[in-house]
Design a protein around this ligand. Structure first.
Ligand SMILES: C[S@@+](CC[C@H](N)C(=O)[O-])C[C@H]1O[C@@H](n2cnc3c(N)ncnc32)[C@H](O)[C@@H]1O
Length: 343
């Protein structure tokens, strides 16, 4: 890249960072929601949102020149084709990710200390920042499961939906607030689902789903036993963060019935930086990995695989854990792939 192009590239990065902050303001003040109700002048939008016009006008200037809103010389508009990526209960809405990313600014001093002194930032340190921003990390996946779990994710594996329909025992490891099970247990009433998570707070929330064929347990995946053996074990975005991923994968292998299937959804990148160059999703995922996955694992003395552990490392670890047949399939989301693993 030419020097002048690089300066322009850096300016673009700063612009993106600044607009991200302003989009967060739009979310928290209700401006985005108000703007989605229809075109308005700055006075009209300020009145609609109950805010100060002078601030709203400056914010609108950034939204228009940043390509988020349009302006006809009198009224500002938030096109529906843009609004769906920042509002609404759908998988397209990127707001939960944007807010989660913004929340990481709160732990930066601790992270920078860890660069110099080692160790990491514990998961508990993130809570206040995520909660104060109103970010619910489970939210984006909740919508993704609702729209894509049954046909997109499970449908990618020939015969899996049929087995789930007939009725099997399923364990969802690192189930979080139970969003995947909430969808799967309704779609496959003959199957019995167990969610396991080490965090009692999320398990308590998961139990609120109250489905007759689902139960939620607090426990460490590194201590998983084969009692009972499971026909299907799923792990959505839950393996690379493990403190002892090698132990967990071996436990999963040991807890599967002989014809069982481990269905692991994880990030879809290479383990080698040079192969990720040019992948537009890679810098963001390395950044999230640094600011959350890697440092929270290091805080526990863990393996710190990070979100960018990559398909090469993952398939190697799955083979080491005793899976003799591992297939890597595309998922409905380009940033994730599906590992279909059989003993
Ligand atoms: C990124 S979240 C994914 C949650 C959920 N699968 C979803 O898609 O919304 C990873 C989850 O793994 C859980 N977890 C981490 N280490 C664990 C362990 N050793 N045993 C069980 N759960 C664990 C965390 O508490 C967290 O809820």
């Amino acid at each position: 890249m030419e020097e002048t192009d690089f300066a322009a590239h850096l300016t673009d990065l700063m612009t993106g960072s600044a607009l991200t902050m302003l989009i967060g303001i739009g979310h928290r003040t209700g401006l985005l929601e108000a703007a989605a109700a229809g075109p308005a002048t700055s006075e009209g939008l300020a009145a609609r949102a109950g805010l100060e016009e002078r601030y709203v006008r400056e914010w609108l200037g950034a939204m228009v020149t940043g390509g988020i809103f349009t302006y006809d010389g009198r009224e500002y508009a938030f096109p529906p084709g843009h609004a769906k990526y920042l509002l609404g209960e759908t998988a397209a809405n990127l707001m939960p990710s944007l807010l989660t990313l913004s929340a990481f600014t709160g732990i930066l001093p601790d992270l920078e200390r860890a660069f110099a002194e080692g160790g990491g930032v514990p998961r508990s340190a993130y809570g206040p920042y995520l909660e104060s921003l109103g970010a619910k990390t489970g939210d984006s996946w909740k919508h993704i499961y609702r729209e894509h779990l049954v046909d997109g994710f499970f449908g990618a594996v020939p015969g899996l939906k049929e087995r789930l329909t007939a009725g099997v025992r399923v364990l969802d490891l690192g189930c979080g607030t139970g969003n995947a099970i909430a969808v799967a247990a309704r779609a496959f009433p003959a199957s019995r689902f167990t969610g396991l998570d080490i965090n009692p707070r999320v398990v308590e929330q998961a139990r609120e789903t109250g489905l007759p064929n689902a139960e939620f347990l607090v426990g460490d995946a590194a201590e998983l036993t084969a009692d009972p053996p499971y026909d299907v074990i799923t792990a959505f975005d839950a393996v690379h963060d493990q403190d002892r991923p090698d132990v967990v994968l071996r436990r999963i292998r040991g807890a599967l019935a002989p014809d069982g299937l481990f269905f692991m959804v994880d990030t879809n990148f290479s383990s080698h930086v040079e192969k990720n160059i040019g992948n537009p999703l890679a810098p963001l995922c390395y950044a999230i990995s640094l600011m959350y996955c890697t440092t929270t694992s290091l805080a526990e003395g863990g393996a710190a695989l990070g979100a960018m552990w990559g398909t090469e490392k993952a398939t190697e670890m799955l083979a080491d854990a005793g899976f003799r047949h591992v297939e890597v399939l595309d998922s409905p989301r380009p940033q994730n792939c599906i590992y279909v693993c059989r003993p």
